[in-house]
Design a protein around this ligand. Sequence first.
Ligand code: SAH
Ligand code: SF4
Ligand code: F3S
Length: 451
Amino acid sequence: MTRKLFIKTYGCQMNVYDSARMADLLAPMGYAPIDEPEGADLVILNTCHIREKAAEKIYSEIGRLRRLKEERAATGAKMLIAISGCVAQAEGEEIIRRAPAVDMVVGPQAYHRLPEMIARIERGAGRVLETDFPPEDKFDRLPTGTSSQKGPAAFLTVQEGCDKFCTFCVVPYTRGAEFSRPVAQIEAEARRLVEAGVRELSLLGQNVNAYHGEGEDGEAWSLARLIRRLAAIEGLERLRYMTSHPRDMADDLIAAHRDIEKLMPYLHLPVQAGSNRVLAAMNRGHTADDYRRLIARIREARPDLALSGDFIVGFPGETDKDFEATLRLVEEIGYAQAYSFKYSRRPGTPAAASAAQVPEEEKSARLTVLQDLLARQQRAFLESLLGRTLPVLFEHAGRHEGQLVGRSPYLQPVHVSAPSALCGRIAQVRIERADTNSLAGTLAGERVAAE
Ligand code: SAH
Ligand code: SF4
Ligand code: F3S
């Protein structure tokens, strides 16, 4: 019997990975994914708790789903609603209390139990809440299928959780303690994905460069060593990793950017702020100058590296002078692209209790200034690529007839008129146009990498 499954994913790439695994997990029970909640037998909201807005969205979405569920019930059909991800972990009991339409709440480390949870509900056992750690269990029990994989670029979670406890952040509470998957398990998953047509792998973790999974020699392998191993897989053309912490940017990982051709010249390395006082209050464990020196070393190893980052403005106690230090750092470093946010007060985190909260208008004003600067830098970076010929991995058809969309080594989408047979392959493209967030160009000649 085919049943319809709708999954809506919020938040980071790790949630995207988890949503794909949930789809794989439910496929043997007859659940096939659909693109709209209408007509679904099961709806999963895979949620994010990182900022207040993200979490609040979930309750309004549940409200909309409740109406769909009632309409469906009126026709004698059922629609189960599951809340997974970081809001589920942080506010599980509250969801059960506040939202009677929700049948299941499952945390990020417990979603491998979804099939048995569904079975329990179908037996009439009532609503279920599962928010147990630890992740070892989950990764051992996830299915090995790749049925949800679409296209040649895939995410692969190698590390999960965080022990850093930045004072603004919920992740250590929602994802739990840091955990690294064993090398052999990751390699097996990577090989399955490559067999399914994947050419580019992004290794994921909240703190991916803190990776220290067990290798077959019984030792803890670094991320660089893992990358080296995966780079040897034939058919795999590109590797990336995200998100990294400046404190864990080890020498061997910097060297990997120089030595491993398949490792793409792109690095997401958030600094959050440019003032040492704010960095200390955030518990980031490094200064702005440490970051500057680190970037200089990485650029020495890989001069064409495109840098990305995250910034928070209006952290409690941030003065105009502190904010100016952030602008100065951004000016000096030069980002190819970056994300920036207003500080959001998260319940249970140390910074939320500070009496020195920055007024909302101030945060908005600072964010506008920072985002203008980052947008100018992004524009400059994209324009620097004009006239260059870059290898592009084509991922899917574009909006226009005869167009394909791929990714440059620096991660921007590139729009090109190209035969659909090139989908899943790498071709050289001459870059001719830079838009706000993407590039466009024409095919430059022979394919560089065949299947
Ligand atoms: N592990 C990564 C970041 C994970 S969260 C790191 O350490 O860099 C992704 C981004 O969300 C963070 O880099 C931060 O910029 C932002 N963020 C996290 N908590 C926030 C909060 N309370 N308010 C605003 N932005 C926040
Ligand atoms: Fe959050 Fe800091 Fe951990 Fe990143 S390093 S996930 S910002 S606590
Ligand atoms: Fe959000 Fe959880 Fe990712 S809080 S950013 S979904 S780790």
